[in-house]
Write a protein that binds this ligand. Structure first.
Ligand code: FMN
Length: 316
């Protein structure tokens, strides 16, 4: 069922990938998604190498299915992180925030796959030239850091699919079977979901963050950082109000950094401060109204997609 080239490439049952999520996508969620037939990806952006290794020990104790890791290439120790993750058993390295060129060959030589996250056609082509195995194309509705070009998933996927010959995974705004079916219709070979999995029982997000997510509507997120540190989508709160106001008044990146300080994501994700902390979340958050296990999320996506596709074919 829905066996695409991404399933063969990553050796998974369903073409559903857990987006790497800083502080949220830890061992329990990774194992849950992989065990249910998707690809669990560790959100390693804030982890030390030792933490990556110990998270993978937990993953391996819970499942024998393949799993991956997200390595933001802005990390100065990204090469060491990649090597340690592969040694610890990762089968897919999802790179983001930087060029994968330097790392692609050495990852593939260790019998591991590389998928790079992009937000426009130009970087999709560059990633293909760099030799990556697949591309995750992330639209502007996604939670977390977004592309500066503000291209939505609906417009981005068909253009990237046309521009490259390697498999494309759609990310941004997908949380159910309708979104999954739409992504496949646009030419994607799979989906990467972040926001939906924040509201999984196994996600490491603080309960207050999960509750806040379940309460928002379609207009519950906003972009900050457009004029300064780069667009980032999160749930609206006092923090985002403060940043939007400061940016509107022309604050520079330095002024903004000073105002925000460090650790705003930790405040929300780990400490549960949903007023002053940063809760990365996509626009599809407004549709998520209950916590589920990762297994249930994946099963629901697949069964709803079957129904949607049957309904559509009855129109022909
Ligand atoms: C809480 C949260 C944290 C995220 N952290 C990262 C990260 O560390 N690295 C990364 O490449 N993407 C990160 N993302 C983006 C996801 O990997 C994924 O591409 C995105 O959530 C997909 O869009 P969606 O939120 O509409 O499902 C994050 C997203 C969320 C919601």
């Amino acid at each position: 069922m829905f066996k695409t080239s991404i399933c063969d490439l990553f050796n998974i049952k369903y073409p559903i990938i857990l987006g790497g999520m800083l502080w949220v996508g830890k061992a329990d969620l990774v194992a849950g998604v992989s065990d249910a037939g998707g690809l669990g990806v560790l959100g390693a952006g804030g982890m030390t190498i030792e933490e990556i290794q110990s998270e993978f020990e937990i993953v391996k104790s819970k499942t024998d299915k393949p799993f991956g890791v997200n390595i933001p290439l802005v990390r100065p120790d990204s090469e060491d992180m990649i090597n340690a993750a592969i040694k610890a058993g990762a089968k897919v390295i999802v790179t983001s925030s930087g060029s994968p060129k330097k790392f692609t060959k050495m990852i593939q030589e260790q019998n591991c796959r590389v998928m790079h996250v992009v937000a426009n056609v130009k970087f999709a082509k560059k990633s293909e030239e760099a030799g990556v195995d697949a591309i995750a194309a992330e639209g502007y509705e996604a939670g977390g850091h977004n592309g500066k070009d503000e291209i939505t998933t609906m417009a981005l996927i068909p253009q990237i699919v046309e521009a490259v010959d390697i498999p494309v995974v759609a990310a941004g705004g997908i949380a159910d079977g309708k979104g999954f079916a739409a992504a496949l219709s646009l030419g994607a070979q799979g989906v990467q979901m972040g926001t939906r999995f924040v509201a999984a029982h196994e996600s490491a997000a603080h309960d207050n963050f999960k509750e806040a997510l379940l309460k928002i509507d379609d207009n519950g997120t906003c972009i900050t950082g457009r004029t300064t540190i780069g667009p980032t989508r999160a749930i609206k709160n006092e923090l985002t109000d403060m940043i939007v106001k400061a940016e509107g008044e022309g604050a520079s990146s330095e002024e903004l950094f000073e105002m925000i300080g460090e650790g705003r994501s930790i405040m929300a994700c780990i400490e549960g401060d949903c007023v002053q902390g940063s809760m990365y979340c996509g626009q599809i958050g407004g549709k998520i109204k209950e916590l589920k296990t990762s297994k249930q999320i994946i099963e629901d996506v697949i069964s709803e997609a079957q129904i949607v596709i049957k309904q559509l074919s009855s129109l022909i």
